[in-house]
Design a protein around this ligand. Structure first.
Ligand SMILES: C[S@@+](CC[C@H](N)C(=O)[O-])C[C@H]1O[C@@H](n2cnc3c(N)ncnc32)[C@H](O)[C@@H]1O
Length: 218
């Protein structure tokens, strides 16, 4: 499916270049510049992705402050273990750990991981509160997490939904930033536009879809 952030960005570049009324030379230069910038950006943003299937690749794009605040509002009153799937520079993990959750950020990009770990050391946040693991979350067992946050891409949400429905415990709460899970009834949402976040109660989602988890605790 061609609706990942990567594809959306490429598509934006295409519209910018082809929508221009400038001369063909300027258009060609703009195209070359955009392609070059995109190439450099992907080079630095995508190491470690070679083993992830193409349709499941999601590159780095940081949450805005408002988006993070919206996610935090939806986590109010929650306790226990939180997994941030694709934790980037760790901003959501740091926000959630300061609200009292024991957070684990899974991040495939080693540069972002090193940055987040460095930030945790700098802020003296113990690993029991904010831990960053260099692991592909598609290959990670999520059964111990009763809170999950995601900011990924529209094209991966359905597949991810299947994984979460199979693995999460009955009391799990899932927060999706910017891109909701298709067909999942949400319990609450905060904000609007690009900063919107949705909260889901996994047991209500399972009931609505007539599904059960594959594990004994469901
Ligand atoms: C859109 S960014 C969101 C970053 C961060 N959560 C935030 O809100 O600022 C998605 C992140 O997921 C990471 N990622 C993508 N696929 C992954 C995978 N299979 N396993 C672990 N991390 C992944 C990317 O490297 C990127 O940092």
């Amino acid at each position: 499916m061609e609706d990942s952030i990567e594809f959306i960005l490429q598509d934006q570049g295409f519209k910018l270049v082809h929508g221009s009324k400038e001369s063909p030379i300027l258009t060609a230069c703009t195209g070359a510049l955009l392609s070059g910038l995109y190439g450099i950006w992907t080079m630095f943003a995508l190491p470690g992705f070679s083993k992830v299937p193409r349709r499941l690749k999601v590159p780095y794009l940081p949450s805005s402050k408002v988006q993070t605040l919206n996610a935090m509002k939806l986590l109010e009153g929650r306790r226990g273990q939180l997994a941030d799937l694709g934790s980037g520079d760790g901003r959501l993990v740091f926000a959630a750990s300061s609200a009292g959750l024991q957070c684990t950020g899974f991040e495939i990009n080693p540069m972002l991981l090193a940055y987040a770990r460095g930030r945790a050391r700098w802020k003296s946040v113990p690993t029991s509160q904010a831990n960053f693991i260099n692991k592909d979350f598609w290959k990670t067992d999520l059964t111990k997490f009763n809170n999950v946050t995601v900011f990924l891409a529209p094209g991966v949400m359905e597949v991810l939904g299947e994984k979460l429905l199979r693995e999460l415990p009955v009391d799990a709460h899932v927060i999706a930033c910017r891109f909701p899970f298709p067909d999942w009834p949400h319990q609450a949402s905060e904000g609007g536009g690009l900063d919107q976040a949705w909260a889901y109660d996994i047991s209500s989602v399972r009931s609505a879809l007539g599904r059960t988890g594959t594990l004994s605790h469901t």
